[in-house]
Design a protein around this ligand. Structure first.
Ligand code: SF4
Length: 363
């Protein structure tokens, strides 16, 4: 089936047809993982799991950027908020994530200058408007957000703003797929993230696919997009034809967005990164290049990342790797809820625990 027109992706008839096709061809029990928080929410909100045959299990992977941010990075953000004459600028989801002993929200309530911004350029504007303060932006995200953060650093560099810096806790997706494939859970196929793939392109996954031959499909976000992509994965599994395919051709090309990649690569270089639940993954992060060291908050504030345990009893690490589902966490709905989150997977709107909490009962 070819989906072309925008209304195709919302058409319930087409969704039913795709679900019926999946049920018809699926024989082998399989586990497919989505590695994108927006996919996770879309799958729950549209009730896709309830349309699939019992042979197919959908696992939610490390696709929510706030959720994969290591506990020691959260603690470092909180320490920054305690620095004198400093404004911490962040996207909203991060503010409620509990650190070891506090959160940005608690620090703000205690008098720290923590501001929610909607773009990195808002943080640059804050630096311009507050020359007597140091403004630090918390850079959390995947390849989707890294180019705009890079563009903001270039802009601050051109303006010679000496009071603006960024903590780069960015992570990159392809190397995480390797870690997941080498992990304890057998994954039979990946639904690859749509937004990230718009930037990096289909070909960025080629080295991973060539090394592992795991079925992979780049998926869009509408219900029919996702069902179409799942059908393609089932085809690959049932007919023993693993492939790297693109089901989101209206937005994703083979090469991605070369301009965005050029901006990102001008400011960032590949670095090792720590992922909550997975640990250190070689070459899966982005550090600020020496050329832009004046904007690197790690150097400006001499940030030392110290290993700290994850919140007691929280199973976010196992949930992010598909080893557990939220109802298997003893704190789920008893102690932990979106109003009183224990771990980041319950804080972020794209977190698996939050998605389960909001939608699972309805399914
Ligand atoms: Fe952590 Fe709460 Fe999710 Fe349990 S339900 S894994 S405590 S975020």
């Amino acid at each position: 089936m070819t989906l072309k027109l925008s209304q195709d992706f919302h058409d319930p008839q087409i969704a039913r047809h795709l679900a019926a096709r999946i049920t018809r061809i699926s024989r082998k029990p399989v586990r497919f993982m989505e590695v994108c928080g927006t996919h996770t929410v879309s799958i729950f909100r549209s009730g896709i799991r309830s349309l699939l045959p019992e042979t197919i299990s959908l696992l939610s992977g490390p696709g929510c950027p706030v959720c994969v941010t290591a506990q020691k990075e959260i603690d470092a953000f909180i320490a920054l908020a305690r620095e004198p004459e400093t404004i911490v600028a962040t996207f909203g989801d991060l503010i409620r994530v509990p650190g070891s002993g506090s959160s940005l929200q608690r620090e703000k309530a205690a008098g720290a200058d923590v501001r929610i911004v909607y773009s990195t350029f808002d943080a640059v504007a804050l630096a311009r408007e507050n020359p007597d303060k140091r403004v630090v932006f918390l850079g959390v995200g995947f390849e989707t957000t890294a180019p705009t953060v890079a563009a903001a650093i270039i802009s601050a560099h051109r303006e010679k703003l000496d009071n603006f810096s960024v903590v780069s806790a960015h992570k990159t997706v392809p190397r995480a797929l390797e870690a997941l494939t080498d992990g304890e859970i057998d994954i039979d196929g990946f639904l690859l993230p749509g937004h990230v793939s718009v930037i990096i392109g289909l070909d960025a996954y080629r080295p991973f696919f060539d090394a592992h031959r795991v079925p992979c499909v780049v998926a869009g976000f509408e219900p029919s997009d996702l069902l179409h992509s799942i059908a393609m994965l089932v085809d690959q599994v049932e007919f023993h034809r693993p492939a790297l395919e693109n089901a989101y051709t209206r937005a994703v090309s083979a090469a991605g967005n070369p301009r965005a990649m050029a901006v990102m690569n001008a400011v960032f270089e590949v670095a090792d990164a720590d992922w909550r639940g997975i640990g250190a993954i070689t070459a899966s992060g982005l550090a600020i290049r020496e050329e832009y060291a004046a904007f690197d908050a790690v150097k400006v504030f001499d940030i030392q990342l110290k290993p700290v345990p994850e919140p007691k009893g929280c199973a976010c690490g196992e949930i992010l790797t598909g080893m557990k589902t939220p109802p298997q966490c003893p704190l789920y709905k008893t102690v932990c809820s979106p109003m009183a989150p224990v771990g980041p997977c319950m804080v972020s709107s794209e977190g698996t625990c939050a998605a389960y909490y909001r939608y699972h009962g309805e399914e």
